[in-house]
Design a protein around this ligand. Sequence first.
Ligand code: H2U
Ligand code: ZN
Length: 354
Amino acid sequence: MDALWLQSPHRRWNPLRREWVVVSPHRTQRPWQGQTETPATPAVLQHDPGCYLCPGNLRANGDRTPQYDSTFVFENDFAALKPDVPQAALSLDPSGLLRAETERGICRVLCFDPRHDLTLATMPVAKIRNVVEMWTAQAAELGARPEIQYVQIFENRGAMMGASNPHPHGQIWATEHIPNEPLLELAAQREFYAQHGEPLLASYLRTELAQQERIVAQNETWGVVLPFWAVWPFETLLLPKRSVASFDALTSSERDGLAAILHTLTAGYNRVFDTPFPYSMGFHPAPSDGEEHPEWTMHAHFYPPLLRSATVRKFMVGFELLGSPQRDITPESAAATLRSVMQSFGGLPIAVQE
Ligand code: H2U
Ligand code: ZN
């Protein structure tokens, strides 16, 4: 790209959400006298007697977590949504301004591993493969339920992103309606597919692989790109090289590849500021609404909040809340940083002490 785009304020189009993002590349040196974060410290105990997710321990509601030796799924003891809500709709004014409807759903917690001190960045790839298998099974089981239209799988990592516990775990929320973010992506992907006869994200990954500038990691089956329209400083998009809509369409080698790239990416993140990198990540498979989704490419978003060090994060406030999202460092320079840390360890798994 010309220097103009790497130096001057401009806005970029996000075709997945169909909105603009302001980029201010000249602003990276601004002084910061605001809030600083406490860097995360990695868990040291392999089994923490006080952790409700470690095998054999009591949870907050009195249930006991079993002696699992791989992954473990349970219904969230404090579920935000419930499967057995009576169905009703409410309208409190003739113009439709005050509307509500009941929402059924199922919320589960998935422990990635019995070991309290591991993370996706330090788990052996073979163990992450178990997690991929469990995500696939959960997405299939919950998505097959007639009242469920979307299965949202996600992980909050690190206290800064609201994780309640360092034990490696994620959540699964299956909902009666398609949530806002996938709904935006559905409309955008449908429109692109109707116009071009190809999935939007298949076209996008092909372009990024040809240009290389924003690709941060790849293997035979998956690519990781720092999106052209990224908002968060080190945001990434994980895409399959063969466009498939959902977990159950992935071949065995694509699942192997997914486990490996998740390891590469999370281990790479930890090297950016030599600190356990906080993030929220989640998968966007096609809706499980009983329809065909040829327009949809399943993908994962990683949204890490750190900006310039282990202690200075990006805030979504002011203009971002009231106007448009905005970023300082360019996606291209953040991609170069991420690429160099990933290459510095060759994308290989980091040895874990048994
Ligand atoms: P987060 O770390 O992303 O918050 O996920 C942990 C979830 O675990 C959270 O949703 C649930 C919380 O409700 N939980 C239980 O189901 N049982 C417990 O004993 C504690 C936490
Ligand atoms: Zn634990």
